[in-house]
Ligand binder design. Structure first.
Ligand code: AP5
Ligand code: MG
Length: 186
């Protein structure tokens, strides 16, 4: 089971990514979580990343790929699959992922697109409380714009490959999970 989650901030990539990973026994890989850990550790990489995270801008593709590529390949080989949460997020990242996927036989088989309207997304991010600095209303709105400009176009890219599953994510966590499992298993 090798799945990419493509969805705007607040749609439930993290929430559903964990549920998918636990149901199918594969590795959940969240690029955002990896980056926040680097920032918290105050590593050299974390220092390069923190400004992007604080502003809600995308980190540079080469930095992202450097951190994520090996994890993805290792997860596919060692746990039998992955759920990618937050990667790929730009066309160059998607092309790079496709290329290393082809070279290593670890390419994604499905893209789960979690669809929800902006007011639902903003409410969920605000509702997460103070736990993430980039959930302030201004930065959350900016993250949605960045998503619309750089990430949403990937839907067409993957639709062209015939692997997109669209899920209505404006439902309860359990309903969304059941819809995802049904789609992945059919
Ligand atoms: P990232 O960590 O990926 O953040 P994001 O895309 O903004 O998404 P979130 O984590 O906020 O939302 P989510 O979809 O995971 O939803 P969640 O399950 O938490 O990225 C952060 C930053 O890292 C980026 O801005 C960028 O700077 C950098 N970055 C990361 N990857 C990158 C890349 N590939 N390239 C470049 N830069 C990159 O749910 C949200 C809330 O809603 C939670 O409180 C949850 O409990 C609740 N909730 C979830 N589902 C439901 C439901 N069905 N009903 C009610 N509540 C729900
Ligand atoms: Mg998340």
């Amino acid at each position: 089971m090798r799945v990419i989650m493509l969805a705007p901030p607040g749609a439930g990539k993290g929430t559903q990514g964990e549920r998918i990973a636990s149901r199918y026994g594969v590795t959940h890989i969240s690029s955002g979580e990896m980056f926040r850990e680097e920032v918290a550790r105050q590593s050299a990489l974390g220092e390069r990343l923190s400004g992007y995270l604080d502003r809600g801008d995308l980190a540079p593709d080469d930095l992202v790929l450097e951190l994520v590529r090996d994890r993805v390949i290792t997860a596919a080989r060692e746990s039998g699959g992955y759920v990618l949460d937050g990667f790929p997020r730009t066309l160059p990242q998607a092309e790079a992922a496709e290329e290393f996927g082809r070279q290593t036989g670890t390419g994604a088989q499905a893209v789960v697109y979690l669809d929800a309207p902006p007011d639902v997304l903003i409410a969920r991010l605000a509702g997460r409380g103070e736990s993430r600095a980039d959930d302030s209303e201004a930065v959350a709105r900016h993250r949605l714009e960045v998503y619309a400009k750089h990430t949403k176009p990937l839907l067409d890219y993957y639709a062209g490959r015939g692997i997109v599953i669209t899920i209505d994510a404006a439902r309860t966590v359990e309903e969304v999970s059941q819809a995802i499992f049904r789609a992945l298993e059919s």
